[in-house]
Design a protein around this ligand. Structure first.
Ligand code: CP
Ligand code: NVA
Length: 303
């Protein structure tokens, strides 16, 4: 396993599979009262420069269940918010903690943090990607179908951090993936270039019905991500029709799963009816953040 989890592009399929296998085991063990205090006495610094419910609570609960403790650092209250360089923060936190989780804007900030930290750095979301979320998504899909290989995934909406990680995660695990997005909101070129090197297929189209045809799993995410609040009105116009609703689900395979990283905006990227019909899958996905991240922390932070 590498020192850090910065983006799924850095992981081999074997490393992703190892995380998912450990996550499955930790989930089973938690439900059967079997404890793993493998991080006893260790702390995880959790830097948040954007809002969070799931990431914060699942990391803090996860490190606690592994015997350690999380330390929440918001940019507003730490010296980061007053301009202390990330490379100094990295070296200071390395003297106290066993790992750092960071949610921020630029991917380059996370990469710099990892370069200067002597302890593992885990990406809890950047504008470029959301690797922890997609590990949980892959775990949820594998639980449902007992396999990932050969499945067809579809993502509907903005070519954002979630779409970037979904493309990489799905292709690395032997799935095909089609993206239904407006032409002006395509996924990151780095991810499109990566896809071109893979045996499995990425297709990008503005026709969401073509994208969703025969899908085994449909993903969606908000039209305006954190930090894009000023563009919300424009995006609502540009994304009109890019909605996972019953009409779209009808072209997917019967029994097709729905995944949404949450928070969801009913009536925008997903209809109320589809959300509620697939609520069990979506909240299992949210739960699996805990198990997948415990696996990541155990694998990266254990002595
Ligand atoms: N899906 C996700 O990362 O949720 P939060 O923004 O609540 O952490
Ligand atoms: N794309 C969303 C994901 C939230 C978990 C955002 O970045 O706001």
């Amino acid at each position: 396993m590498k020192k850090d989890l910065l983006k799924l592009l850095d992981l081999s399929p074997e490393e992703i599979r190892e995380i998912l296998d450990v996550a499955d085991q930790l989930k089973y063990d938690l439900k059967h009262g079997i404890e793993h205090k493998v991080l006893a006495g260790k702390t995880l610094a959790m830097i948040f420069e954007k809002n969070s419910t799931r990431t914060r609570v699942s990391f803090e609960t996860g490190i606690y269940q592994l015997g350690g403790q999380g330390i929440f650092l918001s940019s507003a209250e730490s010296q980061l918010g007053r301009g202390e360089p990330i490379r100094d923060t990295a070296r200071v936190l390395s003297r106290y903690c066993a790992g750092i989780m960071i949610r921020t804007f630029e991917q380059s900030k996370v990469e710099e943090l990892a370069e200067y930290a002597s302890i593992p750095v885990i990406n809890g979301l950047t504008d470029f990607c959301h690797p922890c979320q997609v590990l949980a998504d892959l775990m949820t899909i594998r639980e449902h179908y007992s396999t990932l290989e050969g499945l067809k995934a579809c993502y509907v909406g903005d070519g954002n951090n979630m779409s970037n990680s979904i493309i990489v995660g799905c292709l690395k695990m032997g799935m095909d993936i089609s993206i239904g997005c407006p032409d002006a909101y395509r996924p990151d070129q780095q991810v499109i270039d990566f896809a071109a090197t893979q045996a499995n297929k990425l297709t990008i189209t503005s026709d969401i019905f073509a994208a969703a045809k025969d899908a085994d799993v449909i993903f969606t995410d908000v039209w305006a991500s954190m930090g894009m609040e000023a563009e919300k009105a424009q995006r609502e116009k540009d994304f009109a029709g890019y909605c996972v609703d019953e009409k779209l689900m009808a072209v997917a395979k019967p029994g097709c799963m729905v995944q949404h990283c949450l928070p969801a905006h009913r009536g925008e990227e997903i209809s109320e009816a589809v959300f509620e019909a697939h609520a069990d899958e979506i909240f299992e996905e949210a739960e699996n953040r805990l198990h997948a991240q415990k696996a990541v922390m155990a694998l990266l932070m254990k002595d």
